[in-house]
Design a protein around this ligand. Structure first.
Ligand code: RIB
Ligand code: CA
Length: 343
């Protein structure tokens, strides 16, 4: 069976980077591109982190398109630096990237890729949904061209992680989430209800560190502050694999408990702004608009994550075939990448 081709819209972010790792270590997945958005940290940092992590994983051939620098309506969140560190990548110290993002804006790149190959590529949104919402507004036909949209976001029965009710990605741009949720695009939602059951623990990091691998050291350094934050504020020695769990939709769907529901998000501007809610009693008479992962075999997923990461012992990830697009950078950037990747 050919690998599932995916584009990840992302705000790296520690768990975002762990998602790139898992995608590149999974033969079921072909990572085609990254599009960046502000969220955990500012757009300059999320874009730099996307480029530098791909280069670290020897996948610098994968294009990165820079996206929106602020939410549609509300002011950007101060920053996720308390969780993800000042640079957004914990205690890692990756060199500045040699490559640059492609010329096209993330919105235009998403439209160009999905309209060029309808139903061939899946989109994984693991940051605020600003780019995705604007791509839908600019080219409504994209709704029928995306094979599947898998979103890390929301808190259905779970409490929130940025307010008592709301999850960070949705709360950061609730208006974008509202547009996406009601667009008709085929959605699988991976909310906190399941991601908080996928805890990477200090013992797991110790297991990783028994192998002499730059990848294991990267995971240790990236998650150190993340884990310290969870221990201090949430009382457990570990960190939730929020973003990586989205890939279970491809690599281990049997671990997810998915239910179809009508889900929306509060944009009223009050205390529950950004709260996602499912109409379990079907009182709104609205048809279901997404599949929701309300539960997961969390430990099994974490073991699968570790197994895949440890398979990258050599630190060399699979390099996805070069994907060119009309909007991709012009010749010299592409050729400079080619020459670098052949070094
Ligand atoms: O609530 C978890 C989400 O917020 C993850 O995507 C994490 O990276 C942060 O962006
Ligand atoms: Ca994220």
């Amino acid at each position: 069976m050919p690998p599932t081709r995916i584009i990840i819209d992302t705000d790296p972010g520690v768990d975002d980077a762990l998602t790139f790792l898992l995608a590149l270590a999974s033969p079921e997945i072909q990572l085609e591109a990254l599009t960046t958005v502000q969220g955990n940290v500012a757009i300059e940092k999320t874009t730099r982190n996307a480029l530098s992590v791909l280069e670290f994983l020897k996948a610098g051939d994968i294009p990165v398109a820079r996206g929106c620098s602020r939410p549609l309506v509300k002011a950007p969140h101060a920053s996720g630096e308390a969780v993800h560190g000042s640079g957004g990548m914990g205690r890692t110290n990756l060199p500045d990237p040699a490559s640059k993002p492609i010329e096209a804006h993330a919105i235009d790149y998403l439209i160009e890729r999905f309209m060029a190959e309808p139903k061939q590529i899946s989109l994984f949104a693991i940051g605020p949904l600003t780019n995705v919402a604007l791509a839908i507004r600019k080219e409504p036909r994209i709704v029928d061209a995306v094979r599947e949209l898998v979103i890390m976001g929301g808190a259905i029965r779970s409490g929130g992680n940025i307010t008592p009710l709301a999850e960070f990605n949705v709360h950061e741009d609730p208006h974008a989430a509202h547009i996406v949720f009601h667009s008709g695009i085929p959605i699988t939602l991976i909310p906190l209800d399941s991601t908080y059951k996928c805890l990477l623990t200090g013992d797991d990091i110790e297991r990783l560190n028994k192998i002499d691998s730059s990848i294991a050291r990267f995971v240790r350094d990236a998650t150190a502050d993340y884990m310290a934050f969870y221990l201090k504020y949430e009382g457990f020695n570990g960190c939730a694999l929020h973003d990586p769990l989205t890939l279970a939709a491809i690599i281990a769907p049997e671990l997810l408990t998915l239910e179809e529901h009508y889900v929306s998000v509060d944009i009223s501007g009050g205390v529950s702004t950004g709260k996602t809610y499912a109409d379990f009693m079907k009182v709104s008479k609205q048809p279901a608009n997404m599949k929701v992962a309300l539960d997961v075999k969390g430990r099994e997923f974490v073991e699968l994550f570790l197994e895949r990461i440890m398979s990258l012992r050599g630190g060399v990830a699979r390099i996805a075939p070069r994907r060119r697009s009309n909007l991709q950078a012009d010749g010299e950037i592409a050729s400079s990448r080619r020459s670098r990747s052949s070094q």
